[in-house]
Write a protein of this length. Structure first.
Length: 448
């Protein structure tokens, strides 16, 4: 059980912050946090990408957030007031439980029990079912025989999901029984997802446009953010395997005010009420993957942290003091926040390394970042958020992961933001670089 006490603490005049995480999401958060007039010293992870390193002070290499004693000593020595947790793996490991220590220090991110909505999809299904939240119907299996019998009993297309954390790659959308059988066998027999796939969820395949709906939650207040649309498939036209995300834009016109109110009423409120019945209080970001079906919005999955690349798109348009908003969320005072977004739209196009998402090639020098950021007119801008980058020779960054740079553009509307982000992405160069050219294309086609 987990129920944090309410701590109505004032934001320090100069708030020292540590950002846990090394990717594009964390760079976008750090970029916005640095704009706060209340930011003190910003510390970043020892393994942080180049963009993060340029914004903050790098923790000593000997400090590992998973080493509880040494990390606590670091937090105390540097008077860290707020820890912002990016990756879901740290939340699942109980990072917030361990280091949330009011009034000395707050952690932005839910407890281990609250983040179970993400790291145990089978348990999440039970919670949603008990709360009457609209979702895809399905069942959980830990034995292959049972899974295969269920697949063979169904005539409709299915989706097979590993219940644990797979960095966005544990979902197989199947067109037929053969694909579903192969996906279930890969998880339960071949153990392709390791421990994350020892239990799988097999559910009906829903049809409709998918959107990402994020909200700040402080245990009692829900603040809905502008909705985004992510593009998971590797190639243009939504072909190829699922990835961690090839790009996203916001706001999506699919999420009208009426749709967002329906999602808040029918998804967020009953889910959080169900957690409270389990004496679990959620504080942080609750991120619902929603599919807009003919029968209304339904939940595909929950994440318990900022999305990537949704965060890049949101931070580019975030109006106001992000540091204050995160502090008020972590301290249970979200009703005092003032959150809004700039007009227009933003689009993030992710430039990836050759071989992604299977085995990305790393170690190649990257050029063109300044050229990409120089594009745009008087009312436009381009920001390159680092993801899989590391310091190289002669101050030239090198690739260190599959998703390398999130090229994010802000413009008057989705079409212009997509066009500008795509043009800017073409300025980024390293061996084997590739990206999608149609981020935002689904909704633009429907508008036309």
């Amino acid at each position: 059980m987990s129920k944090p006490k309410n701590h109505p603490l004032p934001l320090p005049a100069k708030c020292n912050v540590f950002i846990a995480g090394t990717g594009g999401r964390e760079h976008a958060l750090a970029w916005k946090l640095k704009q706060s007039p209340r930011i003190g010293k910003l510390w970043v992870d020892p393994k942080a990408n180049v963009g993060l390193r340029q914004l903050g002070e790098v923790c000593p290499q000997s400090l590992d957030p998973k080493n509880k004693f040494h990390f606590k000593r670091f937090l105390e020595k540097e008077s860290i007031h707020l820890v912002v947790v990016g990756p879901e793996t740290l939340l699942a490991a109980g990072f917030a439980d361990e280091y949330h220590d009011p009034p000395n220090r707050l952690v932005f991110g839910p407890t281990k029990s609250a983040s179970k909505l993400e790291w145990d999809k089978a348990w999440c299904k039970q919670v949603l079912r008990s709360a009457g939240v609209p979702m895809a119907e399905g069942r959980s299996f830990s034995q292959l025989d049972g899974a295969l019998n269920y697949i063979n009993s169904r005539e409709d297309p299915l989706v097979v999901k590993a219940t644990g954390l797979c960095a966005g790659k544990g979902v197989t959308v199947c067109d037929n029984k053969a694909q579903a059988i192969a996906a279930a066998t890969a998880a339960l027999e071949a153990k392709v997802y390791g421990d994350a796939g020892t239990t799988i969820v097999i559910e009906e395949r829903l049809h409709g446009q998918e959107i990402s709906v994020l909200a700040l939650v402080d245990g009692k207040t829900i603040w809905m953010l502008d909705a985004c649309q992510d593009h998971k498939q590797l190639g243009d036209g939504d072909i190829g395997p699922n990835t961690g995300g090839m790009g996203a834009y916001s706001p999506t016109p699919l999420a009208t005010n009426d749709v967002l109110r329906m999602i808040e009423r029918d998804v967020f409120v009953p889910t959080l009420d169900a957690l409270r019945r389990e004496e679990i209080e959620f504080r942080g970001v609750l991120f619902a993957g929603i599919i807009l079906t003919h029968g209304g919005p339904k939940v595909l999955e929950f994440n318990c942290r900022f999305g990537d690349p949704e965060t890049q798109s949101l931070m580019a348009r975030w109006r106001g003091d992000l540091l204050e908003s995160l502090w008020l969320t972590a301290s249970g005072q979200l009703d005092q926040a003032n959150i809004s977004f700039d007009s227009g739209a933003s689009c993030c196009v992710v430039v990836c390394a050759a071989g992604y998402p299977i085995k990305p090639k790393i170690g190649d020098p990257i050029s063109g970042i300044d050229a990409a950021q120089s594009l745009g007119g008087a009312q436009e801008k381009v920001i390159c958020f680092h993801a899989g980058t590391a310091p190289g020779n002669a101050a030239v960054p090198i690739t260190s992961g599959g998703r390398v740079i999130g090229v994010t553009a802000v413009a008057a509307d989705v079409a212009q933001a997509s066009r500008l982000a795509t043009q800017a992405a073409a300025k980024i160069h390293f061996e084997g670089a590739f990206f999608r050219h149609d981020i935002g294309g689904r909704v633009l086609k429907s508008i036309v």
